[in-house]
Design a protein around this ligand. Structure first.
Ligand code: SF4
Length: 581
């Protein structure tokens, strides 16, 4: 099935932030941890929070202990005071955009202005904003409310962040006609609008639309209404289990969108389930290709292939002849084995990042472990051809990996320790890749220029670091849920993306300079396009654009295949033109 995911779907910035604060509190804040009312309108996310020990506080007791998280809608200052007096610690997850409206209400009310708020009666956000305006707050939730407005001299008009802009503008006009001189602040958040705009766009390109989100989520319901208005067959589901696959089979293309409170892992599961469905016009070849790609990714074979290609490319740059292929086989096998075992250990995070892969790993666990051990042993044996030191290097690396894995399978305490060490994963992975692809094939050779080896080691490290960091950003949700401290979790998404951009840019510039100044063989120029491609991918990495995120892993691994291909092409050109590359 051809599945198109809305460019903007799922968690908005405020909800995402609230979720992250709640997950962080579940690990580090004083226990028990509560949210004041449901954090978001999504059963899967609430079930997850419950599992992490975050429950819902329905009423404020006279005495309490632990932590209370104020949700994205915010709360009246008196409620927060009451919670503090009862003895709770407070984690305020009010969305910054809601805080801005609260502050406007507070500031203008203190200057004697009336604050007219256009919003829905009884909504938590509205209650919170009005409370900040105190006696100066006036709610307008219908046209009748406008008629009933008293005469206002000094006043401002604010909007609940999720209001419809057309209605807001119409009502503002009416209020101003009745009471001229009011100051308008358009405080509507465009997160909802952007999702609605995107579903209209999507409807033009697909035959059916699946809207993912909680049954009680107002913005999810609105997305489903818009999709129907656009004449697309619309199906609203809470999870992948609700998909009516029999009906959906009759289409050749399906669009997927999701409300602002739908977690990525739920969207992910729906997309993967739909992609596995045979599309009406899909050819056997298309289906076969998709299945093959999925299998290569799920079974981790793409990662092994990426490792093989990096080592092959470097061997060709260094003109190592047969050693290039032997070294690449050993590197590919080793990288495959270590990554597969690591993925098996991190299945818990994988359940949120890529549930179908987690299922695949569970079903084929024994075969994957067996194959990884086989490849690991094979790599050690192959490395014998590269020389004594290379053999010892592989032996040491494989033993370290095996020790690490064996202890993790048995020792829960060690597993906890490892979690706190895992921020270093983004450095250890590039280190291991660079060792097996640059050092191991050359350590037993005297003829290779040491300066070039160091440069290639640094470039390989940078490229694999880009790979790791990009994948860490991709998997940040699941990692945060299970408390894995990857570089993206430690630095935060935007700082990691900035770091990726800097490293990619520097790698591109360096590889170009090295070739221009004839410091390294000409093949080093192939680092330039792949670092630029990583740079391009990092520009596309936006929190809300999960369409790309779902496919990022494939692009990342393909980059390494491209690297090897470019070097082969360059070599062939060199042979044709009669000079050595
Ligand atoms: S919809 Fe806008 S204002 Fe509301 S939580 Fe999301 S980002 Fe914040």
């Amino acid at each position: 099935m051809r599945v198109k995911l809305a460019r903007v779907a799922g968690f908005c910035m405020g909800v995402r932030r609230a979720m992250e604060i709640a997950l962080e509190a579940s690990r580090n804040a004083p226990k028990p941890v509560y949210t004041l009312g449901p954090l978001i309108h999504n059963p899967s996310a609430l079930a997850l929070l419950e599992k992490q020990g975050v429950s819902i506080l329905k009423e404020i007791p006279r005495k309490g202990e632990g932590t209370v998280i104020i949700r994205a809608h915010g709360a009246p200052p008196s409620t927060i005071e009451k919670l503090k007096r009862a003895g709770f610690s407070i984690k305020n997850a009010t969305c910054p955009k809601v805080v801005k409206v609260q502050m406007l209400a507070k500031t203008y009310a203190s200057k004697g202005y009336n604050c007219v708020l256009i919003g829905d009666k009884g909504h938590a956000e509205v209650i919170g904003i009005l409370a900040h305006a105190g006696e100066k707050g006036i709610l307008v939730s219908s046209e009748e409310d406008i008629e009933k407005l008293p005469t206002l001299n000094k006043y401002i008009i604010l909007a609940q962040t999720t209001q419809d802009r057309k209605r807001f503008e119409k009502w503002c006009k009416k209020i101003l006609e009745k009471n001229p001189g009011g100051k308008i602040f358009d405080t509507i958040c465009d997160a909802t609008f952007r999702r609605q705009h995107e579903v209209r766009r999507l409807a033009k390109h697909v035959e059916a639309i699946v809207v993912v989100g909680g049954k009680n989520s107002a913005n999810t319901k609105r997305l489903a209404e818009i999709a129907s208005e656009c004449n697309a067959f619309t199906l609203a589901v809470e999870t992948a289990e609700d998909l009516d696959l029999e009906k959906l089979k009759n289409f050749s293309s399906i669009g997927v969108t999701a409300g602002a409170s739908t977690p990525n892992w739920v969207i992910n599961q729906v997309v993967k389930q739909l992609e596995a469905l045979p599309g009406k016009k899909e050819t056997i070849l298309e289906r076969g290709t998709k299945k093959l790609i999925r299998f290569l990714l799920e079974a981790n074979l793409m990662t092994g292939l990426a490792g093989f290609c990096l080592a092959l490319g470097i061997g060709l740059i260094l003109r190592l002849g047969l050693r290039s292929i032997i070294g690449a086989c050993a590197a590919g096998g080793y990288i495959y084995a270590m990554h597969t075992l690591n993925r098996l250990l991190n299945r818990e995070a994988g359940r949120y990042n890529d549930p179908l892969r987690a299922n695949f790993l569970t079903i084929h666990q024994k075969a994957l472990i067996g194959f990884s051990i086989f490849l690991s042993i094979l790599s050690i044996l192959i490395s014998f051809y590269l020389g004594e030191n290379a053999f010892l290097m592989y032996l040491a690396l494989s033993l370290l990996g095996a020790l690490y894995t064996a202890r993790l399978f048995t020792d829960k305490k060690f597993r906890k320790k490892r979690l706190s060490l895992s921020g270093t994963k983004s450095f250890f992975v590039p280190l291991a890749w660079s060792i097996v692809s640059v050092i191991a094939p050359t350590i037993d050779l005297n003829s290779v220029n040491q300066q070039v080896i160091i440069i290639l080691f640094a470039l390989a490290f940078a490229i694999v670091f880009l790979r790791s960091a990009l994948l860490d950003v991709l998997e940040i949700h699941g990692d945060k849920i299970v408390g894995r401290e990857t570089i993206a979790v430690i630095l935060g998404e935007s700082k990691t993306i900035k770091l990726i951009k800097i490293v990619a840019f520097l790698t591109a510039i360096t590889s170009l300079a090295l070739v221009v100044w004839k410091i390294t063989p000409i093949g080093v120029i192939c680092f330039l396009p792949i670092s630029l491609l990583f740079l391009l991918l990092s520009f596309k990495l936006k929190g809300e654009a999960i369409g790309l995120l779902l496919r990022l892993e494939l692009f990342v691994e393909l980059n390494f295949i491209l690297f090897a291909l470019l070097i082969i092409i360059l070599k062939l050109i060199g042979i044709k033109l009669g000079f050595k590359i």
